[in-house]
Design a protein around this ligand. Sequence first.
Ligand code: SF4
Length: 439
Amino acid sequence: MASKHQIMVGSVPIGGGAPVAVQTMTKTETANVGATLAQIETVAEAGADIVRVAVPREQDAEALKEILKRSPIPVIADIHFNHTLALKALAAGAHCVRINPGNIGGPEKVAQVVAEAKRLGTPLRVGVNSGSLPKHLRELEFSDPVEALVRAAVETVELMERLEFTNFKVSMKSTSVPDTIASNRLLSERIPYPLHIGITEAGTKWSGSLKSAVGLGTLLADGVGDTIRISLSTFHAEEEVKVAWEILKALKLRERGPVLIACPTCGRLQFDMDSVVAEIEERLRAYEDPIVVSVLGCAVNGIGEARHADFGITGAKDMGMIYCKGEPLRKVPTERLVEELFKEIDRYYAAGRVVQRDEQQAAAARAWLAENEDSGAMTPERMAALEAEAAKQDAEAEAVLAGAFAQGAPTADDEAGRQPPSATAAASQRVAGRRFSRR
Ligand code: SF4
């Protein structure tokens, strides 16, 4: 269930229907102000709405002041174990402070941090971690780890409410994808506060991205989760941001920059598509518009599969074609495909987002496509036509059958041996193998 409550982390709204915010965490030593700010700039450019920095020492809390002054995006101070550092981060003006009430030194210290956050109007992120659940939940953790995690989170929320503090978001961290999904679903039913979701210690760029896409994607598709962080084992925090954006774009929750569609390639591939796709992906980074660009490895299936793309290319040996919304624009030699594709895209923007079509060139491209198309291949259009024809025949057969039934219910003789009308026989053949059918 989507959260009802909204908080503001600096200028970024979290929860209560706000767009899902992308966040990441710097990997630098926070006290190294230059390096930390450089990484913050990089992640902000990649699309991070919020950034978190680790504050494990006095000098990191001290560095926060300068970082906060110069950061282009809101900064969350990440504190464990030491409530004094949390108080210092609040005093420095952090836009949010993350604490785990279970490890900050007891209820009194939690109360001190909360009182200061309340006084300053600063939100907190409060969370629980599957690795450090309170003692009284350890037994439950063995029998029902999801319920243990949720109970720990609810207890934390109740603690905040007893302290009359509601300016917070909640996170539950687990390395297990199923537990993360199940626990966040449950928690979202039990509390109205915004949820920070992530798969903790997800792994390398490859496996971590997949785990995160499965776990967070499932939750986000259900409307659960208000801010996300992808945790990857890489120094390059901007990679986490890129993955987060791909998840949000795939679910159409937010738009940012172009969307690249590329076929998986197969034995029909007729040009070096790997390098072409890589080059296109790289060059598209310079565009901010959510334009859709498609790359098909061959023209044998026509271009129907990419008919929703704003622009695209397909190739065959030494020649390729540029198309727009499923319609050919022109053909060009394969080695110039990428260059000419971007010329078309730029012409489109220069003309105020109007496609520049030369009818002669389009006709030549259409002719080339027809020559290269495989007339036997199952294009989406051909499959749709076949399915429509089969549906039509089914409907006709059903109509004949309904007429036969209207004339009276079948008798024992009918069941025993009367031959069905020919249309019924045809319909029966088409459902051969279906478990539940009339005959
Ligand atoms: S577009 Fe062509 S190369 Fe790409 S997967 Fe389809 S048939 Fe294979």
